[in-house]
Ligand binder design. Structure first.
Ligand code: NDP
Length: 496
């Protein structure tokens, strides 16, 4: 009997029964309820507050625990301790999400997948907040809210709206590369186990002496990339809306632990000055013939969440969580995300979200100038000075390389004038999408699939918007627009 828990109220008080509320009345007729019934009031009040604010993007997700293992020596590029020894393993939490849909929407919808990965290291948390495609739709953060609204619901109809979607992209054509990826079959993955992830942004690998290299990260599935064709994804949305959640949970529960190989592309800073592509432009890749993939490590997922809400819903990831040896680049989207993700967590989870078990660093945390606030549940640094520069209880500073407090050499000295970075779209923006069209051309049916996938979506848009979108695709290559046009006509005829 001792192993059976005694039911209590949330304040720990043992309670008579959770099966009935307190009623007023005689033996046969029971009616009015009593304000003294603490359990009833607490239960009703708590139920109304079970939901926390949903993420405005990346709401629908699946997650699991695992480990990141170093498989190759890259210590010549970075002093990050989690990367400094072959065989070193770090506990990892992975959360993979769709972007536009609300929580509870189907897992199989066409979308890019967000890849939130928290590596718990001896020097604090290293977050890799990546995507399932290597490029992004915009390169100027001022457009980020607009991009996402155009992919979500129309303010009047509350419907997702192809006219709005394409109207945005027609007028922000730097996104054509990401659109090509979204409408390839990789926009509808078979499962989370079968996707890749890419940093998209350029980061820096830093050494203690201040020298650094630029880096892009590629995380490639060891299960092989597998996708759904458009019509199967649409069917699954109705038949098995939780298909990706079920697939990952069941695979891990069965001991079939999925894994990914982590690669870096590494560039010398001086190369960046003359490189063909702006390395701070998130709509561009570094072609692999220029910067080959260097193997670094392996991610394995091996443990399901014990509780979805505490392990996955309360998880908060931010590109600003960087350990010494890892640092931000000047990519404007990265700089903006380094603010926006923490800010979103503060709104959604409260100002002390870093104290939640799924986010708490495994390394010692001593941050006495950030204290109090709603839901502080540490000792709040007791009586330690809450102001900087005290002689009474001195603090040591690491002065290490990395995101915080590092000194970089002369290459990082910026001189220039204030400009609008990204609004101008030029011919060069269509060169890499054209290379991607070439890649698809080498694989049976992939160009046809992309054209059909675009047509299925575009056919719902206003005809003027359709024409402009076709014009945009023709700048990649006339054959892209021609093939989409053909699929649009086929769809029109089949619906007539
Ligand atoms: P490569 O010609 O060396 O390789 C093309 C890459 O495209 C593949 O490695 C694969 O990425 C991805 N790919 C292959 N088939 C498909 C498909 N059916 N649907 C979606 N993606 C596919 O690449 P380059 O570096 O020379 O770049 C050429 C084009 O490839 C780029 O313009 C870009 O659009 C695309 N690409 C480039 C990447 C890069 O970082 N350089 C990454 C991914 C795509 P993976 O091996 O990651 O599965």
């Amino acid at each position: 009997m001792d192993s059976i828990p005694v039911y209590t109220l949330a304040e720990g008080v043992p309670y008579g029964s959770a099966m009935t509320a307190q009623h007023f009345g005689g033996d046969n007729i029971k009616g009015l309820m009593l304000l003294q019934d603490t359990q009833l009031i607490e239960t009703l009040a708590h139920f109304s507050r079970e939901r926390i604010p949903e993420r405005v993007v990346h709401a629908q997700a699946v997650g699991a625990w695992g480990e990141f293992e170093v498989t190759h020596n890259i210590s010549e590029f970075t002093d990050a301790k989690f990367l400094n020894k072959i065989g070193k393993k770090s506990k990892t939490l992975l959360r993979v999400s769709t972007v536009g849909p609300e929580r509870g929407d189907s897992d199989s919808v066409r979308d890019i997948r967000g890849w939130g990965m928290k590596i718990f290291t001896e020097e604090g948390n290293q977050d890799w907040v990546f995507n399932s495609i290597p490029v992004f739709f915009v390169r100027d953060p001022i457009k980020f809210p607009s991009l996402n609204r155009s992919h979500k619901r129309h303010p009047a109809t509350n419907l997702t709206d192809p006219t709005m979607f394409w109207d945005f992209h027609n007028n922000s054509q730097e996104g054509i590369h990401a659109l090509m990826h979204l409408f390839s079959d990789r926009g509808t993955p078979r499962s989370i186990r079968h996707i890749n992830a890419y940093s998209g942004h350029t980061y820096k690998l830093v050494k203690e002496d201040g020298t650094f290299h630029y880096v892009k990260v590629h995380i490639k599935t060891n299960q092989g990339v597998e996708n759904l064709v458009n019509d199967d994804a649409v069917k699954l949305a109705g038949q098995a809306p939780d298909c990706h959640t079920a697939d990952l949970y069941q695979a891990i529960a069965a001991g079939n632990h999925p894994s990914w190989t982590v690669y870096f592309q590494i560039m010398k800073p001086t190369d960046a000055e003359t490189y063909r592509w702006n390395i701070f432009d998130m709509t561009k890749v570094w072609p692999r013939s220029d910067y080959p993939l260097i193997p670094v490590g392996k991610l394995t997922l091996n443990r399901n969440p014990a509780n979805y809400f505490t392990d996955v819903e309360q998880a908060a990831f931010s590109p600003s969580n960087m350990v010494p040896g890892w640092a931000p680049s000047a990519d404007p989207m990265l700089q903006a995300r380094m603010f926006a993700y923490n800010d979103a967590a503060r709104y959604r989870l409260g100002v002390n979200y870093q104290q939640l078990p799924c986010n708490r660093a495994i390394s010692p945390v001593y941050c006495p100038y950030q204290r109090d606030g709603f839901m502080t549940f540490t000792d709040n640094y007791g009586g330690d000075p809450n102001y900087v520069g005290s002689n009474l209880k001195p603090v040591r500073f690491a002065g290490a390389t990395g995101a915080n407090g590092y000194t970089l050499g002369g290459h990082e000295k910026w001189v220039g004038q204030i400009v609008g970075f990204a609004s101008q779209v030029v011919d060069d923006d269509f060169v890499q999408p054209r290379s991607f069209w070439e890649v698809l051309g080498k694989q049976d049916g992939q160009r046809e699939h992309l054209s059909y996938n675009v047509a299925c979506h575009l056919s719902g848009a206003d005809p003027r918007v359709q024409d402009k979108a076709l014009d945009m695709f023709s700048k990649v290559h006339p054959s892209v627009a021609e093939m989409i046009q053909l699929e649009l006509e086929n769809l029109k005829n089949s619906r007539a």
